[in-house]
Design a protein around this ligand. Structure first.
Ligand code: IMP
Length: 172
């Protein structure tokens, strides 16, 4: 297995700071609820939250798209729901990547049915070439080509989530 650096650590950190600044400006004077999608969002969410200059609350949901390795089957199962109500909260879903869009499509619908005060979607990476459902994130860290990436929470069979850069697996 070989992993090549696609986005170096400092570039990721700089971009997350820009996203945090944009969110802090937009929600100035408000309190926001960051909803992280487990497990992939954890590294991005903590960095984003620490760089934001407004008060944030944090909660998590988990969804699994059946399958392992680099292909998902397209069927999404919600395995953990939020601990708190989102009614009247300014909700920002925080996710590692939008690939086919199926996971975020389902989770977005679930949140919207609960009538938050507002709702936005922040993703570290976007792979538009693979989209199967219509889904546009409000904040995107980097648009990347159709390659399987690891690091910053993204895994290959549960490994490499802790890499501090975004890497591409180039060889088995
Ligand atoms: P979706 O296809 O947009 O529903 O994405 C589902 C999930 O697949 C994401 O939240 C990631 O956890 C995972 N995923 C998609 N692309 C990659 C990748 O390139 N590397 C690691 N995980 C990925």
């Amino acid at each position: 297995m070989k992993i090549e650096v696609l986005i170096p650590e400092q570039d990721v950190r700089d971009r997350i700071k820009e996203m945090a600044d944009a969110l802090s400006e937009k929600y100035a004077g408000e309190e926001v609820l960051l909803v992280g999608i487990l497990n992939g969002s954890v590294f991005f969410l903590t960095e984003l939250a620490q760089k934001m200059s407004i008060p944030v609350e944090i909660d998590f949901m988990a969804a699994s798209s059946y399958g392992s390795g680099t292909e998902s089957s397209g069927r999404v199962l919600v395995t953990k729901d939020l601990e708190r109500s989102v009614k009247d909260a300014h909700v920002i879903i925080v996710e590692d990547i939008v690939d086919t869009g199926q996971t975020l499509h389902l989770l977005t619908e679930m949140i919207m049915e609960r009538h938050p005060a507002s709702f936005e979607l922040a993703v570290l990476l976007d792979k538009p070439a693979r989209r199967k459902v219509c889904l546009d994130a409000d904040y995107i860290g980097f648009e990347i080509p159709d390659a399987f990436v690891v690091g910053w929470g993204l895994d290959y069979d549960q490994k490499y989530r802790d890499l501090p850069y975004i890497g591409v697996i180039t060889e088995e």
